[in-house]
Design a protein around this ligand. Structure first.
Ligand code: ADP
Length: 469
């Protein structure tokens, strides 16, 4: 009763266009998946029956079944590329499904009846069992469309009743005869089939409803993300312009060309300028992150020399390293180490790795950058002997807004975004980033790229990276 209620409740859904297309697509996909399984069981039943009964009749009926199956096969093939959207096409496919179901149902029923007719009284186990499995198969796999399922099961039910009545009509036996026992058993089996069909159907309904809920939830999450991205982009842009002029003015005051700044104010202006720079860095990171997540960051891939890349990045951080009194040494690769990448983005990656290495080094420490070829890969490693990273902190290191030491006593500043952005940029290059580290001893961060060799069509490699990004 409850199943029936669910069925009627679902009918509104059934007739709505979206529901219908979705069901047709599910039906076709499943039919295509199971078609050969069905052929094998049909053939096995025919061979078995042919061994004991008139093989010619059996195979003649089986041929009709096989032809009807071909219709399904053809429909599955034609409809497999249907996008599930065009309702006119959907209507056409549905008509063919109904027609094929009728033809196949009648063919299978005729096949089983032909077996039953050849058998003596009481003992129609083979045809009844065959019909039973065909009905259960339909109940399990045709529950996407109630109408189609009902059509097939009705045809099978008529065949069931015909086989059940066959001996009753032939022999008109007394009620105590086993012929009647077989008759009532068949009726019971019919009821059982109706019951499980309803169960399968309501399960399918539940699945559809859950999928719809998930889809709606997904849409809502996407919309919220979109709003967040827009908000972030607008706020960051609006902050960046005035902040640039504030920083510019503070730097001008700090420079104090006319020597008019009172001594007491100098440290305050210095702090304000530094904080302004930090804020600007945070805004740049937020903008990059938003662009990466929205897939709006443009990449211009080209063949690059890893040695040159490293040399340029090291030069650009020389001022910061000098301020901290840290020596940066390099070991370049003696052979060709060309990679495909976006120059500016990879400089950004290297600068982040270098500035982290410098930032987390002890005063007077050393940073070493190595470029090497390992098999068909080019590896760039940035090694420091600074504070190190504890074991199992990968999520903090590469996460968003996360820092391994986020306590108030933390000496160095940062947004916790740099390595997350770096990782995303590296992944757009089809490359990898990782690190090894020991707490208190130091860390080595390394990125690995595919090496471009002379035989590589650089254009092909950069094109395929551009597509992937
Ligand atoms: P931040 O702006 O905090 O530097 P990152 O995303 O660049 O953000 O780094 C995330 C965290 O990873 C850092 O806060 C730090 O805890 C850790 N980390 C990154 N590089 C190093 C390094 N070379 N040595 C020690 N810790 C590091």
């Amino acid at each position: 009763m409850q199943d029936l209620r669910k069925y009627w409740a679902a009918r509104g859904d059934w007739f709505s266009s979206r529901g219908r297309e979705e069901r047709i697509k599910d039906y076709i996909a499943l039919a295509n998946q199971l078609v050969w399984k069905r052929q094998v069981s049909l053939l096995a039943a025919a061979v078995l029956a042919a061994l004991y009964l008139d093989a010619f009749t059996i195979f003649t009926y089986y041929a009709v079944v096989a032809i009807s199956e071909m219709l399904d096969l053809y429909l599955g093939y034609k409809a497999k590329d249907w996008d599930g959207k065009n309702p006119v096409m959907g209507g056409r496919i549905l008509k063919r499904i109904v027609l094929n179901t009728a033809v196949s149902g009648v063919a299978i029923s005729a096949f089983t009846i032909s077996i039953a007719v050849q058998q003596p009284a009481v003992g129609h186990f083979l045809p009844l069992f065959f019909l039973f499995s065909a009905a259960v198969f339909a109940a399990m796999y045709n529950s996407q469309m109630m109408g189609v399922l009902v059509l097939r099961l009705s045809i099978y039910a008529l065949a069931f009743l015909y086989i059940a009545c066959l001996d009753v009509m032939r022999y008109l036996p007394p009620l105590s005869s086993p012929i009647w026992l077989e008759f009532f058993t068949t009726i019971f089996v019919l009821y059982f089939i109706c019951d499980i069909s309803m169960k399968f159907y309501s399960n399918y309904q539940d699945r559809l409803r859950q999928m719809k809920l998930l889809r709606d939830e997904n849409e809502r999450t996407k919309a919220a993300l979109e709003v967040k991205s827009q908000f972030l982009a607008t706020v960051s842009h609006e902050l960046r312009t005035p902040l640039t002029s504030i920083i510019g003015s503070l730097e001008l005051i700090k420079a104090d060309k006319r020597q008019i700044l009172p001594d007491g104010l100098k440290p305050v202006i210095g702090i304000a300028a530094r904080n302004g720079q930090r804020l600007a860095a945070l805004i740049e990171d937020l903008l990059d992150l938003q662009k990466l997540e929205a897939g709006e960051m443009a990449f211009h891939f080209q063949p690059l020399d890893a040695n040159e890349l490293v040399s340029e990045a090291v030069d650009s951080t020389a001022g910061y390293a000098g301020k901290l009194g840290i020596e940066v040494t390099t070991a370049f690769c003696p052979e060709s180490c060309r990679i495909a990448g976006d120059h500016n983005r990879l400089i950004q990656v290297m600068s982040n790795l270098l500035s982290n290495a410098l930032k987390f080094s002890h005063d007077g420490g050393a940073v070493h950058v190595r470029v090497e070829v390992i098999n068909s890969r080019v590896r760039i490693a940035v090694q420091d002997n600074g504070v190190g990273i504890p074991e199992g902190a990968e999520e903090c290191v590469f996460g968003k807004f996360s820092q391994v030491d986020s306590s108030d006593v933390r000496k160095v500043g940062g947004t916790g975004l740099g390595l997350n952005i770096t990782k995303q940029i590296i992944e757009r290059h089809n490359s990898t980033i990782n690190y090894v580290s020991k707490l208190g001893v130091g860390s080595t961060f390394y990125v690995e790229f595919d090496r471009l060799t002379a035989g590589d069509g650089s254009d092909n490699v950069t094109d395929s990276l551009a597509k992937a990004a």
